[in-house]
Write a protein that binds this ligand. Structure first.
Ligand code: HEC
Length: 416
C-alpha cells in the first residue's frame, strides 16, 4: 500500500535475492503488488530482458548469471509467494460488496505532516457503474478549511481512487474501502509529498476514529476533539482526565475542554463515547526523547527552468515520554523550531547547507533550484546531505533526522 499511496520515503525490507534481482530498478512493492501464475512470471522476466537488454551488464547483474537465476530461482519463488490463485481472493470475489453500499456520509480524520490534524465529513453519492461523486467538508485543527469536491471509482469492491479539488490543490485519494471503513492517503497530484494519512468511518457503523490531539500533559487544560461516526453522549477520557466542558457535539465530532490531574499517572488511556472505543489518549508528565518524522527522507531539487517541480521535505517532532512503569510512551507531534546542519565532513566542505535549500519555520524544507550551479565546486547542482534538527518549543529537547537532497526523478511512474 505504501507504493500505491506514494509514500516515497519508505525504506523497504525485502530479502537480498529479490532486492538485488528486482528491487534495484524499482520498488520491491512493484513486484509484490502483482499476482501471476508461474508462466506469467516467466513471461515477465523475458519481457524485461527484451525491453531493457542492457540489464545484464549493469551492477548487481554482471556479477552473476542474471537470466538463469531469474528463470530458475525467481520465477518459482515468485509463483509461490505471489500466485494468481489464492483462497482469500476467491472468497472475496464470492462475497464482494456492491459499490453502492459506500454511498452515504463518512466521518474522516487525517494528519498532514507540518500542517496538522484534519477532520470533517465526506459525502459519497453513487453514480453510474462503480463511480461516485465525492464532497469533503472539514477543517484542519488550525482552522484552515478543507472543503472540496470531485469524483471517485471503486475497483473490485474495495480499491478506491478519487480526485478531489480542495481549495487550489488537486488531491488524489488512494484508499482501501472495507467493512464500513476507508483507509489510505490523500495527496496532491503534483506534489505527492504533500499528503495526509486518512481514515474514515461510515455513518450507521458507529466507530471512533481519532482523538485530536491524542495527548494531554498532567496538570494542564487542553481542547480535545473526538472524531468518528455515530458519536452520542459525553466522552470518557480515562482515569485522571476530566471533561470540564463540552464545546461542540455532533454525530461526527465532539469537541471538549479537558483537564488532566496533576497526579494523573502517565500512560495511555482508552477513550470511550458510549460503547465506542478503540482510540487512546496519552497522558504524559514530561518529554524524554524527540524523534524527527520521517527519520530519513529524500527531497529533490527542481524548477529553475527545469520541467520537474521541487520535492519538499516535511517534518514533525514526535515526542516520547515514559508511562508510570517506565515503559516508552508515544506522546505525539509537538510544536518545534527547525534547522538543518551538514550531515558529515563532506557536506561541511561542499557547503550543502548554503546551497541545498531552505528550512522554513513550519518544518517544510524547500530545496534549491535545478541545474548546474556556477557557484559550486565543479559547477555541481544543489544536492546536499543534511541533518534535520527539531527543537521543541516547550522544553527545548532536540531530535535529529537525515535528509538527502538529490536530483530530479525523471522517471516517475504511478508505482515507484
Ligand atoms: C534493469 C532494471 C530492472 C530490473 C532488474 C527489474 N525490473 Fe521490473 N521493471 C523495470 C522497468 C523499467 C519497468 C517499467 C517501469 C514503468 O512502467 O515505469 C518494470 C516493470 C515491472 C513490473 C510491472 C510490469 C507490468 O506490466 O505491470 C513488474 C511486475 C516488474 N517489473 C517485476 C520485476 C521482477 C519480478 C524483477 C526481478 C526478477 C524485475 N522486475 C527486475 C526495470 C527492472
Amino acid at each position: 500500500r505504501y507504493a500505491m499511496e506514494r509514500r516515497l520515503n519508505t525504506v523497504e525490507h525485502f530479502d537480498d535475492q529479490l532486492s538485488q534481482m528486482c528491487g534495484r530498478c524499482h520498488s520491491g512493492a512493484r513486484v509484490a503488488l502483482q499476482r501471476r501464475p508461474a508462466k506469467e512470471w516467466e513471461h515477465l522476466v523475458n519481457f524485461h530482458l527484451g525491453q531493457w537488454p542492457s540489464l545484464e551488464y549493469q551492477a548487481q547483474a554482471r556479477d552473476r548469471d542474471w537470466l538463469d537465476i531469474a528463470l530458475k530461482q525467481m520465477v518459482p519463488d515468485l509463483a509461490k509467494r505471489f500466485p494468481l490463485d489464492n483462497p482469500a481472493w476467491a472468497e472475496w470475489l464470492k462475497a464482494r460488496p456492491e459499490s453502492k453500499v459506500l454511498a452515504g456520509q463518512w466521518a474522516f480524520s487525517g494528519h498532514m505532516l507540518a500542517k496538522g490534524d484534519v477532520r470533517g465529513v465526506m459525502t459519497v453519492s453513487a453514480e453510474q457503474g462503480d463511480t461516485f461523486k465525492v464532497e469533503v467538508k472539514g477543517a484542519y485543527a488550525d482552522g484552515t478549511p478543507f472543503n472540496g469536491s470531485g469524483s471517485a471509482i471503486l475497483y473490485n469492491g474495495y480499491e478506491w481512487r478519487g480526485n478531489v479539488k480542495v481549495g487550489e490543490a488537486n488531491l488524489r485519494q488512494v484508499f482501501a474501502a472495507i467493512d464500513g471503513q476507508m483507509k489510505g492517503r490523500m495527496f496532491e497530484a503534483e506534489h505527492d509529498e504533500r499528503g495526509l494519512d486518512f481514515s474514515a468511518a461510515k455513518a450507521g457503523q458507529g466507530r471512533l476514529l481519532a482523538v485530536q490531539p491524542a495527548f494531554i500533559k498532567t496538570g494542564s487544560d487542553s481542547e480535545i476533539t473526538l472524531v468518528g461516526s455515530d458519536l452520542f453522549g459525553k466522552p470518557d477520557l480515562g482515569a485522571g482526565v476530566q471533561v470540564t466542558e463540552v464545546l461542540e457535539s455532533t454525530p461526527t465530532l465532539i469537541r471538549v475542554k479537558a483537564r488532566a490531574a496533576k497526579d494523573a499517572a502517565a500512560g495511555p488511556r482508552e477513550v470511550a463515547v458510549g460503547a465506542l472505543k478503540g482510540v487512546q489518549l496519552a497522558v504524559y508528565d514530561k518529554v524524554d526523547e524527540v524523534k524527527v518524522v520521517p527519520a530519513f527522507s529524500i527531497a529533490r531539487i527542481g524548477e529553475n527552468g527545469a520541467s520537474v517541480p521541487k520535492v519538499q521535505g516535511r517534518f514533525e517532532a514526535e515526542a516520547w515520554g515514559k508511562d508510570a512503569r517506565g515503559q516508552p510512551l508515544r506522546i505525539g507531534y509537538l510544536p518545534a523550531t527547525w534547522k538543518v546542519e551538514p550531515f558529515n565532513e563532506r557536506a561541511v566542505e561542499d557547503e550543502d547547507v548554503r546551497f541545498a535549500g531552505q528550512m522554513q519555520a513550519d518544518g517544510v524544507f524547500v530545496p534549491g533550484g535545478a541545474g548546474p550551479n556556477p557557484e559550486r565546486k565543479m559547477m555541481t547542482n544543489n544536492a546536499g546531505n543534511l541533518k534535520v534538527i527539531a527543537t521543541l518549543a516547550d522544553g527545548g529537547q532536540q531530535g535529529e533526522g537525515h535528509m538527502i537532497v538529490t536530483v530530479q526523478r525523471w522517471n516517475n511512474p504511478p508505482l515507484p
